[in-house]
Design a protein around this ligand. Sequence first.
Ligand code: FEO
Length: 401
Amino acid sequence: MHNTHEISPNIYWVGGSERRLSRFENMFPLNNGIAYNSFVIVDEKTVLLDTVDISISDLFLANVKHALNGRTLDYLVINHMEPDHCANIVSMIRQYPQLKLIGNTKTFQFFEQFYDVDVKSNYMIVKDQDELNLGQHTLKFYTAAMVHWPEVMMTYEKSQKILFSADAFGTFGGLNGGVFADECDYVLDYLSESRRYYSNIVGKFGGPVQTIMNKLSNQEILMICPLHGPLYRGDDLGLILNKYEQWSTYRAEVKSVLFIYASMYNNTEVAVDTLANKLARLGVKNMKIMDVSQYDLSYVIAEVWKYSNIVLATPTYNADVFYKIHSLLHEMAALNVQNRKFSLIFNSSWGGKTQETVMSYLDKLKNISIVGEPFNIKSAYKDHNESELDALAKDILDSLK
Ligand code: FEO
């Protein structure tokens, strides 16, 4: 049993896909599982870059053995010390007792927090931009703190110009045979999941993503190998680098309107549909309407990353914001959402502090603006509300220019 790919001369993908997992980190729904990527370089010295989740250990260990083709393993680079990648470190040491573990001081702090084995004599501590020559290949280690954990490193292989990027550039979803984005219909099959992965897992840390991208800007990169999902080369490399530039600077990809609403008896929904209909008749294209109750919030967050304008519509519940909109507001603040234009629709039958709560969350977001007056309805949208909604539509249209 083995399943490996030679991705570059003497560099092998030795990962695997786990499609039975229904939630990543026991939180984010998966539609087609997740891939755990790991790589072996065979040179005068042999190197393994990261391991995989415990769920695919058997296949992984067979893959590593196959790639090594009878050689021993000299080094294991630990770019990320989270269990979906580090779960097989201890079994690798058992198999190759002389193995040197390459990480930084934080890597080994976390290693000792997670595991109860004393293998200090195996540690090889590296600092930012230290290099390791393997023969034909040379590895250069870049610390990438908070993308998305403090110990994260990226490893650049100088001869083939390959960046092993840890979780950055990762995607939800198992692989579909090939390991490269150009071996599948990446835009159709993966891009929205790349965005959902980025926004929910890495989204809070746009600043650290910018820091590492600037640090790497003087290195030519011909291939990016993340720890999850397809690998990037050729045109796909430019595509994903552009997306990361936009996503990490919180710049919208689409200049249009995302409506996110909650509605218990369709009355708030009618107001949303009416406003969207007015905007469509004014010429606004590519809008999207999402009933928050129908989605896991990770999908809503991914769309928040995409759109320039967001209309939030919520009924009052227990004299406050409908709870799933409340959770979304909390999540947007926690993930550092920035540079967006919000418009607001409130529906209450007898009062409450909904507007106050929504504003308290929006106040926490950087570089946002409120477009138009908040539109308030009492229980249901009525014809006499129309002129106010027309005014809001006009303000949103102006804000898109
Ligand atoms: Fe894929 Fe942060 O672990």
